[in-house]
Design a protein around this ligand. Structure first.
Ligand code: GGG
Length: 359
């Protein structure tokens, strides 16, 4: 008998409901692995986050990236808590990992689930399913800028926040989006900018998009301004397949997409380093949700869907499909947390997902 293939996973639950959903995801993944007998997970959990910051003044260890770099993947919860300014917690953990590990492709599927009511009436009788591809390394999140002139006294300070667009950064995320479109039934990429107002970086984005599109004549394209795309998400979502956008625009659009699918609690994501020079990171789209944290109310489906994306990354598409099917079986049976209109706890949904693995 061959030994099961073991994947070493770094767990970083971090803050708030992150702890609850990572525990749920681990339980479901371990159940799947035990049942398959073909693979196993070796977990190491890291205590980083806002609680760690309170004790040490740091969101993660100074050599944290060194500690993470040889894992097969990172399974992340959520970052942010009222005791730490949000820009400190985000830059000290999630963005530190994404940027230093060059996880430049953030894949955020917008998936409509049976038994979950969408606020869109159209969703009742229209097949809706699209993916937001977020440029995850530069754009508005390049971290370039500064504050100065505080010496002028109250009201005199200035701040500059610059967005960075490079041809390399634009081209790689666009090729990723086109390659993804080729795997889908609707071969279409929608590129999103605000290039009428932002005439440098986003016009470069548009130029690169036109150039890259020439290499994919079999893929339909459109370029849409972000304001118009927000309206399209609501009014004509059946026309979407792959939506590629800059860091900030895609972050906002993917939250809109998950809300349209019923709840942010359902949305999965993968922060990929496609070259595999570094581990990729899998996390639910939602944040730490301080209002419901610690009460057993968190929806674990975003975290479990992210685990499915991790299995795909490991080259286990059948196992990923099993997880996704378990999610559909659970929601179709009406086992739903409060954010999607149910009364089930995090634990109830986790147990239902494990039971559904073999349905
Ligand atoms: N699991 C996602 C998460 O923790 N998000 C926290 C957050 O505020 N993210 C903002 C961003 O990454 O743009």
């Amino acid at each position: 008998m061959t030994a099961p293939r073991t994947f070493r996973i770094a767990g970083i639950p971090a803050d708030g409901v992150g702890t609850e959903v990572v525990a749920a995801g681990r339980a479901v993944l371990d159940a799947l692995a035990a049942d398959s007998g073909a693979f196993a997970f070796e977990w190491q959990e890291f205590p980083w986050g806002c609680g760690y910051y309170e004790r040490t003044g740091k969101m993660m260890d100074d050599d944290g990236l060194e500690q993470l770099k040889d894992f097969d993947a990172i399974y992340f919860g959520a970052v942010g808590w009222p005791n730490v300014p949000d820009h400190i917690s985000l830059w000290g953990l999630r963005l530190k990992i994404c940027q230093n590990f060059d996880q430049w492709a953030n894949v955020r599927p917008v998936h409509f689930l049976p038994g979950v009511q969408s606020p869109l009436r159209k969703a009742d009788d229209t097949e809706l399913d699209w993916v937001v591809v977020r440029e995850n390394s530069e754009g508005e999140y390049a971290g370039l800028g500064g504050r100065n002139l505080g010496g002028r006294g109250p009201g005199g300070e200035v701040a500059v926040q610059s967005a960075l667009f490079t041809e390399v950064g634009c081209e790689r995320i666009m090729r990723f989006a086109f390659d993804l479109a080729r795997t889908r039934s609707r071969r279409k990429v929608s590129s999103v900018t605000k290039s009428n107002a932002q005439q440098y970086g986003m016009v470069l984005w548009d130029d690169v998009f036109k150039r890259v599109a020439l290499d994919y004549p079999d893929v339909e394209t459109e370029s849409v301004l972000v304001d118009a795309m927000s309206a399209k998400f609501v009014l004509k979502p059946e026309d979407l397949s792959v939506v590629v956008a800059s860091n900030l625009n895609a972050d906002i659009l993917s939250d809109l997409g998950s809300a349209l699918a019923g709840s942010l609690g359902l949305a999965a994501s993968a922060n990929l380093n496609p070259e595999r020079r570094f581990p990729s990171m899998f996390e639910p789209v939602h944040g730490s949700a301080p209002d419901i944290a610690g009460q057993g109310l968190a929806n674990p489906i975003g975290a479990v869907g992210s685990a499915a994306l991790m299995l795909e990354h490991f080259g286990l598409p059948e196992q990923a499909a099993r997880l996704n099917k378990a999610i559909e079986t659970t929601t179709a049976a009406g086992i739903l947390t409060r954010d999607v209109g149910g009364t089930a706890s995090t634990e109830d949904v986790t147990k239902a997902l494990i039971d559904a693995l073999n349905v």
